[in-house]
Design a protein around this ligand. Sequence first.
Ligand SMILES: [Zn+2]
Length: 305
Amino acid sequence: MSLSQLVRLTAAAGLGAAAMSVVHLPAPAQARVAEPAAACLTPRTNDAAAAARGGATGIDHRGISPAEQRAIAARTERSLAARRGSSLVGSSAVVARTVPVHVHVMRSASGRGDVTPWQINQQITVLNKDFASVGFSFNLISTSRYKNNVWHKDHQSSAYRSLTRKGGANALNIWLVNSRWLGIATFPWDYARRGAADGIRVDSASLPGGSLSYYNEGRTATHETGHWLGLFHTFQGGCTSLNDQVEDTPAQATPTAGCPASRNSCPLPGSDPYHNYMDYSWDSCYFGFTQGQGARMARMWTAYR
Ligand SMILES: [Zn+2]
């Protein structure tokens, strides 16, 4: 596996109450090797367990090899070909795609991890703002609140997702949890295989007004929704021509931390796209998706959602 398998990462010095005070640290070396494509580590711990977490299921937060990237691309093209004739396919115009959203607040038994309706509405506003240029909008349909210490920590996630998930393939389910990850997403091409687990899991403290310093403007959900719509990280594949299979995002060797004044980690053309939502920069450093990413998400929407 390559460096591409990591993670929008922060790491805290310890657990407990101090864990909400975030220190930005580089990723541990073993995590760089083992971590999956659609995963984002939270500041709770930086131990090796984080790297291996969930890897056995193969459903989400898993690494994607170049060979698998090519296989997914071929499968996507077959799916699109089968749908040819649909007005969405082959159109160069930006078509409005409205995504129904179901939010699940996974609180602890004592109510930790709760968020306000204002925060949820602000999160939907952020999604609508961030995806407007690429033709997606988001419509909040339902909010459900649970009290369960196990679910709150994002344990037994396959079970709780299948019990609580709402809507069909086009419905974005957002589970707000407090695990060691900032966020985790499933990819659209996995929906047919495991639709019951489909959606994104996001740290509740990353919503607008949340307590995660540098990551509390709602951009974790933007990043994870990008995965949910079929985007890889901008550093997927590192300094290779395949990279993230999006032509207008320059190749990037490794994730960006913080918000640098400049960065160019590959000899290939173009500086690192660290203002892109699919890098690991701070929320305040994010600027947008490219048109190439928008076109990829539109194809994925048609093929799988
Ligand atoms: Zn990610």
